[in-house]
Write a protein that binds this ligand. Structure first.
Ligand code: HEM
Length: 422
């Protein structure tokens, strides 16, 4: 029982900034000073478990290089993660395990990605604007219809529901199943983190196994009775005359579903919070709504919903004045790169008109660049804009609580008053 905590405590000692980032619970609320500290130590900083970077140039180079591959739970060099892995032999799919898109490389990666990419191109996504708008309006109608001025948790009522409704429509998930799917995602999310407290362990396992079973049943139902949704398409799909094997299908559909709502909720929640905290910036958007697209990128830059990722070297690589040995581990602090003062002037400032806000790495880069980036940006823009335009009297009604996860950064709850008395 105490093993996880003992490992964690041992790691947090000794001042290694990477270890503090992983293991120090106090750092979770505000990891940014540690990102700065790491960046100030150099573009690529050696730690006890490999290298870490918070430099925009080095992070971009690693993500775009063919000399690196993505990591997975079982190839992780992080002892706590290996420890977790040994205890989750449930057979359930994990988003960081093959055959998930996130953890495979070409030619397998190309094969899976080709199957799903056409649904998420900028053009295909632009056509979804009316649907996203309809979802946002329906959710806000429900909140306004409740119509008194008691505090409402905007995260559970809106920020979480909008993305799951949108991706649920794309994937053919019935409305009745969506709250369950959200709960699985919430339970399983800490499995992306490096140091998982033991007491969360069973919850995570329940989330992963529950989601996997639900997905298996859902796919079986679609096989009997296919629709026009992406999951049904995948069932029908053939690439080079080859059907996806059952586990490939489950992994691909499962990742698209989970990635489709577990991250966007954080973009929306952080966006609400930043705009409530910066009325001057909100006023700019009210007067000049053409800045909404930049505002969404600025939220992604400043509060990156996926704070970090990692890569493993395929060969010895010269980088940032160092040599990463073959099979060496590099932790890529996307959120640290996004506050690199060499790229973003006055990087901690929230500026909805920042000219280069979209140079952020919140969607990663290279071949694993977020498949859903265009959709996420659309949901961010329509979701936030509709909220603030329809509820001009929206105000915070309390401090809110952060999500306890480290890789995923966002809000678990944000109480607001809508300012309506309908
Ligand atoms: C990959 C972030 C929304 C689907 C990624 C990666 C990041 C990311 C950082 C790459 C990780 C790495 O390189 O190791 C985000 C953020 C989102 C978001 C911040 C919202 C604000 C979405 C949505 C979808 C989606 C809405 C739904 C289609 C995926 C998929 C991958 C991915 C399938 C794997 C791509 C590959 O490995 O080729 N996302 N994502 N994401 N994302 Fe997103």
């Amino acid at each position: 029982h105490g093993l996880g905590r003992a490992v964690t405590r041992r790691w947090a000692k000794g001042g290694d900034p990477q270890a503090r980032l992983i293991a120090d619970p106090d750092v979770r609320a505000d990891p940014f000073p540690i990102y700065d500290e790491i960046r100030e130590q150099g573009p690529l900083v050696p730690t006890r478990i490999g290298y870490v970077t918070a430099s925009h140039a080095v992070a971009s180079a690693v993500l775009r290089s063919d000399d690196f591959r993505t990591t997975s739970v079982s190839t992780s060099v992080l002892p706590p993660l290996q420890w977790i892995e040994r205890r989750t032999r449930t057979g359930a799919l994990h988003p960081l395990e093959p055959p998930s898109l996130l953890s495979v490389e070409p030619p397998t990666h190309t094969r899976y990605r080709t199957l799903v990419s056409s649904v998420f191109t900028a053009r295909a996504v632009a056509a979804m604007r009316v649907d996203v708008q309809a979802v946002a309006d329906r959710l806000l109608d429900e909140i306004v219809a409740a119509g008194h001025d008691a505090p409402v948790d905007i995260v559970t009522r809106y920020c979480a529901r909008l993305p799951v409704a949108v991706i649920g429509d794309i994937l053919g998930v019935a409305e009745a199943d969506r709250d369950r799917v959200l709960r699985f995602g919430e339970h399983a999310a800490p499995s992306l983190d490096f140091a998982l407290p033991y007491r969360q362990f069973r919850t995570v396992e329940r989330g992963l196994v529950g989601f996997d079973r639900w997905l298996g049943d859902h796919l079986a139902a679609l096989r009997r009775n296919p629709g026009q949704d992406l999951m049904s398409e995948l069932i029908r799909a053939q690439v080079d005359g080859e059907h996806l094997a059952d586990d490939e299908l489950r992994a691909t559909a499962g990742l698209v579903l989970v990635a489709g709502f577990e991250t966007t909720v954080n973009l929306l929640g952080s966006g609400v919070r930043l705009l409530l905290d910066h009325p001057d910036q909100l006023a700019i958007l009210r007067d000049e709504p053409e800045h909404w697209t930049t505002a969404v990128d600025e939220v992604l830059r400043l509060e990156s919903p996926v704070q970090l990722t990692a890569r493993i070297a395929n060969t010895d690589v010269e980088l940032g004045g160092r040599t990463v040995a073959r099979d060496g581990f590099v932790s890529v602090l996307l959120a640290g790169a996004n506050r690199d003062p060499g790229v973003f002037a006055d990087p901690n400032r929230f500026d909805v008109r920042r000219p280069n806000a979209n140079r952020h790495l919140a969607f990663s880069g290279g071949r694993h660049f977020c498949l859903g980036a265009a959709l996420a940006r659309l949901e961010g823009e329509v979701g936030l804009r509709t909220l603030f335009e329809r509820l001009p009297g929206l105000v915070a009604a309390g401090a809110g609580t952060r999500r306890s996860t480290r890789v995923l950064r966002g809000w678990a709850s944000l109480p607001v008053r809508t300012g309506t008395t309908a």
